[in-house]
Write a protein that binds this ligand. Sequence first.
Ligand code: DQA
Length: 152
Amino acid sequence: MEGTKKILVINGPNLNLLGTREPEIYGSTTLADINDLLRNRAEKLGVEINFFQSNIEGEIVTQIQKARGVYNFILLNAAAFTHYSIAIRDAISAVNVPVIEIHLSNIHAREEFRHHSVIAPVVMGQICGFGVESYIAALDIAVIKIRRGSKK
Ligand code: DQA
C-alpha cells in the first residue's frame, strides 16, 4: 500500500440516528458532524479517510473483508454488534488490517451486557467513554501508528 495512507471508519447499527438517539448517553452530535470533524482532521494529518455505516451485520463483515490490502487502518464502532457478533470478530481476525474499537459511551460503566466486547481480543485497542473525542483520539492514534509503521 504505497502512497497516501487510507483509513476506513465503520459505524454499526443505530449510529445513523446519532443526534436524536438517547442524547443524554450519546450526545447531540450527528454522525454527519462526526464524519466532518474526522474529515477535517484527516486532511490536516495528510491521510485519506472514508466512511461506512450500516445497520446490517453482513454488510459490515463485507466492508471489513474489502478493506484487506486497501486500508491501513479501520476505526470501528460496531455498536450493539460489539457485544455478540462473532462474524465481525472473525472478519477482523481474517483480514490483517489493524482495527481500533470505538465507543462514544463508557460501555464498562453501563448495563452488564455491554461490559463484554467479543471483538476486543482481536483489535489493537479500545477507546470508549469520550463521546465524539473517542473517534478523534482513534484517528490520531491510527496516524501515529501508521507513521511509525507499527501494527502493535
Ligand atoms: C456504543 C455502545 C454500545 O453498547 C451500543 O449498543 C451502541 C453504541 C457506543 O458508541 O457507546 O449502539 O457502541
